[in-house]
Ligand binder design. Structure first.
Ligand code: ATP
Ligand code: MG
Length: 452
């Protein structure tokens, strides 16, 4: 999802590209000449410019120059006519990301646009105060989005599997919003029974029902002029959905048992690990409520889709838990790191954090070895390999044959097979030695001895 500025003096071309790019989920701005394009660039945050070369007024090459001067990190794609290859060469020399030749194929444009967008250098804005770790392109995009939308008052819906950091993002948005000084009130929707929902959310007056022994300000009241974080929004029952919608529409509510109306001004950030659009289609979630909540959707990538962030997160959590458990600097062995890099983290960052926490707690030295990593075993990729001992390791024709070899020979045979297996699994003597918990020297010695 990117903001793309399409510049062309031909309406049909602007329309064609808009339709094509919007189908891919991008937001498209258009301009009919260079001057207008520069205006749009001042007004909007643009991730990519696509411009025709031959236009009235400023040419595409001149516009390219302006963009390079003023917005050096926005990539520019130029559209050239098949008949003028020189233009293309000139464009590339002047710093265009690439060019598209007319007439073009839909797939070509899509590919070039995708690579131009992913080529963007990481955003130069530093986000130290987010407390969200990640350098992957996926996370850079999230940081970028957070900085852009935080100051607005738009409602945000955060999608993502469990443990991907949805709550962290909600906090970051609030902290960078204009209401950061006011409350951020978390409301876990499925934790509130339907019968109590109204009173929890909107409060009640003393005596309005049995058990209402005093006045109560509801969560919405607490969040007034601030942010309400509605977690697990997909779990709301239909009745509660209707009540919530009314508050969002009217910006007011009545406390239970109260005749007076309370006005509220609350930004709603909600989160779900369900596909809420699917819930809407299936008729389980009100469409009108969905549109009110999902003004700005944010999709948190699962950790397995941004493995490059794993070492960074590991480092962050190692430091955190070494501090908490008052241990000296703890490290992961290189094989442990490899195990984590091959793991797909069904529980995402939360699971990684738990793995490191336990690893730090369990490790007796300052090196965490693979056996101190508690992965949910059914998802551990190399599980099959390590639990099924290859049959040739234990298979013997008969007991008689086994004992006739003598203990030393039996052990030597097993030893050789185990060394081979470890080498096969790790492809590295260093890692194989680590796997067998022996020193590299004695491993190398034995490999020579058995002529492996
Ligand atoms: N990018 C990150 N950097 C640092 N810590 C993270 C990151 N993402 C998640 N965490 C940590 O992982 C844990 C889970 O994060 P969070 O509660 O935000 O996830 P969630 O998406 O709300 O999960 P759930 O759907 O299960 O509620 C928290 O302890 C959080 O601090
Ligand atoms: Mg959560």
């Amino acid at each position: 999802m990117a903001n793309i500025l399409v510049v062309d003096d031909e309406l049909s071309m602007r329309e064609f590209l808009s339709i094509l790019l919007e189908k891919d989920g991008h937001h498209v701005f258009t301009a009919n000449d260079g001057a207008n394009a520069l205006e749009q660039l001042q007004e909007h945050k643009v991730d990519l410019v696509i411009t025709d070369i031959r236009m009235g007024g400023m040419t595409g090459l001149e516009l390219l120059q302006e963009v390079k001067d003023q917005y050096s990190n926005i990539p520019v794609l130029l559209i050239t006519a098949f008949a003028s290859p020189d233009d293309a060469v000139q464009a590339m020399k002047n710093g265009a990301f690439d060019y598209i030749t007319k007439p073009f194929k839909v797939d070509d444009i899509k590919n070039i646009v995708a690579s131009a967008l992913s080529s963007k250098p990481p955003s130069p804005i530093d986000h130290p105060s987010f407390d969200i770790i990640g350098e992957s392109l996926e996370m850079q995009k999230i940081f970028d989005l957070i900085s852009r939308i935080a100051p607005t008052h738009a409602n945000v819906l955060i999608y993502g599997e469990s443990g991907t950091g949805k709550e962290l993002v909600a906090q970051a948005i609030h902290q960078h919003s204009k209401v950061a000084g006011n409350n951020l009130v978390p409301i876990t929707c499925n934790a509130i029974p339907e019968t109590l929902f109204e009173s929890e959310l909107f409060g009640h007056v003393k005596g309005s029902f049995t058990g209402a022994t005093s006045d109560k300000i509801g969560l919405f009241g607490q969040a007034n002029n601030g942010t309400a974080f509605l977690d697990e929004i997909g779990e709301l029952t239909p009745l509660v959905q209707t009540k919530l919608l009314r508050v969002l529409q009217e910006r007011e509510f009545k406390r239970v048992g109260d005749t007076r109306i309370t006005k509220v001004n609350v930004r709603i950030i909600s989160a779900t690990n369900r596909d809420l659009e699917e819930e809407v289609m299936a008729g389980r979630f009100r469409e009108d409520l969905f549109y009110r909540l999902a003004v700005i959707p944010i999709r948190m990538p699962p950790l397995r889709k941004r493995k490059g962030d794993v070492p960074l997160l590991v480092d962050y959590f190692l430091k955190k838990y070494a501090r908490i458990f008052e241990k000296e600097a703890v490290q992961l062995s290189s094989y442990s790191m490899q195990v984590l890099m091959e793991y797909d983290f069904p529980g995402n960052v939360r699971e990684l954090e738990n793995i490191i926490e336990r690893g730090v707690a369990l490790s007796s030295s300052n090196l965490i070895l693979p056996e101190s990593l508690t992965l949910s075993s059914h998802r551990r990729k190399e599980n099959k390999a390590t639990t099924t001992i290859p049959p040739h390791l234990i298979a013997v024709e008969s007991e008689k044959e086994l004992f006739s070899e003598g203990l030393d020979a039996i052990i030597a045979r097993y030893e050789k097979q185990l060394l081979k297996l470890a080498l096969e699994r790790t492809n590295s003597k260093m890692k194989a030695a680590e796997l067998l918990k022996m020193s590299f020297r004695s491993f190398r010695y034995k490999v020579q001895k058995y002529d492996i």
